[in-house]
Design a protein around this ligand. Sequence first.
Ligand code: SF4
Length: 328
Amino acid sequence: MSVKVGIPRALLYYYYFPMWSGFFKALGAEVILSQNTTKGIVDKGVKQSVDDACLPVKLYFGHVLDLKDRVDYLFIPRMVSVERKEYICPKFLGLPDMIRHNIPDLPPIIDITVNMSRKQKNLFKAFAEAGRFFTSNPLAVRKAFYRGIEEQERFYRLNELGYLPHESIEQMNMGLVKQNFSPAQAGDMTVALVGHGYNIYDSYISMNLIEKLRSMGVSVVTPDNLTGTIIEEKSAELPKKMFWTLGKRMIGSAFHYMRSDQIDGIIHVASFGCGPDSFTGEIIERHLRRRKNLPFLNLTIDEHTGEAGIITRLEAYVDMIRWRRAAQ
Ligand code: SF4
């Protein structure tokens, strides 16, 4: 029977799951995901986590609780940096410790440290450490690492074709990919949804924002549909380098979309209690006002956000774009 590795369906799952899953599967492990987010998962996460954590971190606790009794290991990497001279939010750095100290009776945690701020090859070192949980054969670990990289590359290509990350993961898992499948882009207008992947693609926590927009005839694009090169080029327009990688992705993509003739508006989605989100939203709004008069909507979500309020704001926003277009 293969060893079961649990991966919480939260936080950086929406960015790196294909790499993680490809790596563990290549080492013969079975990858077990937590369920899609439910009210029960949110409630358990809120109860078990520290009070001042942001919503996505509280939610992560709920996903760990959902997994912990059905796996042999939990994969909770300590993510410090994924780009040279840049950092991820400090909450990711302390994640394995927060989980260990707040949730009892956990299976062993694979808590490799990913820190690429100085050297890219530190990524391999981190995965070599994870590989030791499964084999003493360094060649097998290296092969598994490259398998993971290949999967991640496939994921990026699908996102760039127009799929959203949760759709790309679904396509890859079903083995369908490539031809005869086009992303759901059928609307008469297009809105750029700019926010952390773990907020906008989790349908429970975002209150199904993407599907709601699509049902109103709006096509949705996000930072994940852009290449790394575009994000780098556009975010470099800031007078000072943004050293938070996720914030840089949001700002770079917003700068790109606000210049595009294909985009009718920008929605920024922020988490209540998130420091980085408060200034990325502000920067985007200021630049938008200066450069182009595109409709902008800032949505802040937390565990108490009501669905009716979100729907009303979305409907008003979409109607306003339609009237504006008609008037022009
Ligand atoms: S960037 Fe914001 S939402 Fe994300 S983990 Fe950090 S504080 Fe939470």
